[in-house]
Design a protein around this ligand. Sequence first.
Ligand SMILES: [Zn+2]
Ligand SMILES: [Zn+2]
Length: 325
Amino acid sequence: MGPRKRGARKRKRSQDALVEEDSQNTERKADEEEGDGRRKKKKYIGAHVGIQGGVWKAVESCLQMGGTSFALFLGSQRSWKRPALDPSAAEKFRVQCSSHGFDPAHIVPHGSYLMNCGSPKEDVFAKSQELLVDELGRCHMLGLRLYNFHPGSSLGTITTEQCVEKIAGAINHAHQQIPDVVTVLENMSGQGSTVGGKFSELRGIIDRVRDQSRVGVCLDTCHAFSAGYDLAAEGGVKAMLDQFDQEVGRHYLKAVHLNDSKGQLGCHLDRHEDVGKGNIGISAFRDIVNEPRLDNIPLILETPGRPGFEYAEQIELLHSLCEEK
Ligand SMILES: [Zn+2]
Ligand SMILES: [Zn+2]
């Protein structure tokens, strides 16, 4: 996912370099004040941002779109082996985060799509296990506490139970190598033989993790809907969270991915849509941003962000739906 263009306010730029610099400073200040105001509402809404040009650029991108939380990849999505993270880049990232008031609890790196920690193929499992350790190590260097990834897939050749065992094994192994970072399992749409479409499967993985203070869940609204959790129904958000509390446990919820869905309820397709433009619909998102159980939890967009309705506009819309308490 590439970096998003700046919001409407930022497009009105002067050609003159000096004025430009001045207006950038004013904009930055306005962004920060906006961020402070938004933090007071306890709703930490942001988006997945790019890291082109350096990992620290993610912070600036988030500020520009008025976000108070963000997700990022930790390296190329195409390669299993990546150059080590430069300690000075990591330092720059940490300084940027703290100087702009970002709490590590609101930054949720997304794991590589190449990984399948539940793979029945030994070579893929071994490479995935190694990449998981590498990515947790990067989080640690960046001063981050959360790391979100897709649990894995049985490829239809082993049972769900065996797949769950493997995933938990990879997590336990990574926890032994790298301290502190919490591995956050993302719920899936239940496409093919992926594990994690049902809350009970996520609970199954958690049950097998030795240090349960280091495991959590990221709820993706599009995935939940396409897996069959009816967020579009009246009271659907509350019902889903009640079920989550019962089957997984509220304190495991570490993040939410805010995505509408192109697909229908229970279609098992992972097709993200812009907020309010899909089959989940805007009223579910209103319920989400007004749900006290989601206070202080990062709410992160991974939507297409079409021209005119990019991340900045979607974040603004979501804040406009927050009712005053
Ligand atoms: Zn994901
Ligand atoms: Zn997601």
